[in-house]
Design a binder for this molecule. Structure first.
Ligand SMILES: [Zn+2]
Length: 456
């Protein structure tokens, strides 16, 4: 029974239907976010029970191996209207969490680490000396932001995103997700739309949550292909042979994605400037001049049937991979160009530190009104950031469908329902199953240890 069900009356006829704020579909762009709608969302739609179940990792059960303090040691952080920031919030139950969110109506909810002690009581503990207030667990997280791709996308810039550049996020999800599963052996991975211009990844396996900061930095480093500072996005694929992970990323995702999508959608060779951007990645002057010459020629003899981007890319590839360039080490350059234009650009700092806050799934982005819904990595190409449920759309759907007393039915009738079902069936249920097994295993081991020490 969810808490939402618990708070509603059993008799359909007697229900006081909460008034659904009326959405105006002709609202101006800066009016897409309405605080009254947010109140309604937290009152009726936000999946508290699912969030709670997730954050308990099985420790809300009756098993003697459960750590009943686990959930209350987790930091939540709220950003209220007018940028008032409430850090180190913690709760003892789903009801406390729900009441606090409903009362505060936060514009943003962030999730922090699990600490040694309840973060709300950190000051009391800090003075005792032996109970140090420090993070002990945290999901391994990744943050990918489309604005970090501004030098390789020509359709949008900054916070803007469209269906031409969004596939860069899809490619990032594919590359990172398969490496996390195949190379690191993680299973419980949640991808979430950040509400505007990117994606977040939560790796929730026990062994991921217990990684130290140093180990997190190593994982982040594994994904790093950029040399020099973070702003210099030129990819340098050093060494005799590519790392198997990069070979796989290239051959299974990035090469085809570059040729079938980015090359044409972003029209990478459509102007002289864009051509020069690509030539800047070619370290040999003679080759560059030869290519410039060819491209001057095909500008004059342009054949409308052949896409200029495909033609020029073909010429570049042919020249760089030809026999005479073998010795000059230019063959690797084709791969470097593909990586530069398509390889995931991670905000490394977010991944490296346990105590970094990350926005909770199912928050609503205050600028777009979009709900931060999960993305299924198995069909991430089907995700469309322009049709994500928004607060005003959810209000409309509820107005059309009418509200029913049962919370799950409310959700089922909205576009949010699908996202919540996905969250439950593909992420939460398998996660909780493995948490339960882990709790049982470690409890059993503890008992065994006690037995052994007593026997000795
Ligand atoms: Zn775009």
């Amino acid at each position: 029974m969810t808490t939402q069900e618990a708070t509603s009356s059993g008799d359909d006829m007697q229900i006081d239907r909460p008034a659904v704020p009326v959405a105006n579909s002709e609202m101006a762009a800066d009016e897409v976010f309405n605080p009254d709608h947010l109140k309604f969302y937290y009152g009726k739609l936000f999946p508290y029970a699912d969030l709670y179940k997730w954050m308990c990792y099985g420790h809300d059960g009756k098993h003697p191996g459960c750590d009943q303090s686990y959930f209350s040691r987790r930091e939540f952080s709220f950003t209220l209207e007018n940028d008032i920031y409430l850090r180190f919030q913690s709760f003892n139950s789903v009801l406390e969490l729900q009441n606090s969110i409903r009362n505060n109506c936060p514009f943003k909810i962030d999730i922090g680490p699990v600490y040694t002690v309840n973060p709300a009581k950190r000051h009391a503990y800090a003075q005792t000396g032996d109970n140090v207030f420090t993070p002990v667990e945290r999901e391994l997280v990744f943050d990918i932001d489309i604005s970090d791709y501004d030098d390789v996308r020509y359709c949008c810039s900054g916070a803007d995103v469209c269906l031409k550049c969004w596939p860069l996020m899809t490619a990032a999800i594919k590359v990172i997700d398969s490496a996390l599963r195949d190379d690191f052996g993680f299973n419980h991975i949640l991808w979430v739309f950040s509400g505007r211009r990117g994606v977040h990844c939560w790796v929730c396996d026990g062994k991921a949550r217990r990684l130290t900061n140093e180990q997190r930095a190593s994982v982040a480093d594994y994904f790093r292909v950029y040399k020099g500072n973070e702003n210099n996005q030129k990819v340098s694929l050093v060494g005799q042979a590519l790392h198997p992970f990069l070979v796989k990323a290239y051959s299974e995702v990035l090469r085809d994605f570059f040729e079938d999508n980015v090359l044409l959608n972003q029209e990478l060779f459509a102007t002289e400037d864009r051509c020069e951007n690509i030539l800047n990645l070619v370290p040999d002057e003679a080759t560059k001049s030869e290519l410039r010459g060819k491209w001057q020629d095909n500008k004059r003899s342009s054949n409308v049937k052949d896409d200029v981007n495909s033609v020029r890319w073909g010429q570049l590839k042919h020249l760089l991979q030809s026999g005479k360039n073998k010795t000059k080490g230019l063959r690797r350059c084709v791969e470097e160009i593909v990586f530069t234009y398509t390889y995931p650009r991670l905000d490394m700092e977010v991944s490296k530190h346990m105590n970094h806050l990350l926005k909770a799934p199912f928050c609503v982005h205050p600028k777009t009104g979009m709900v931060c819904v999960p993305i299924d990595p198995n069909c991430s190409e089907e995700f469309d950031p322009t049709t994500v449920p928004t607060l005003s759309k959810l209000m409309e759907e509820l107005n059309e469908g009418g509200l029913r007393s049962d919370a799950d039915n409310d959700l089922g009738g909205t576009s949010l329902g699908k996202s919540i079902s996905y969250f439950r069936s593909s992420f939460l249920q398998p996660l909780l199953k493995s948490c339960k097994e882990e709790i049982e295993r470690s409890h059993h081991a503890k008992i065994q240890q006690t037995k052994n020490s007593m026997g000795w």
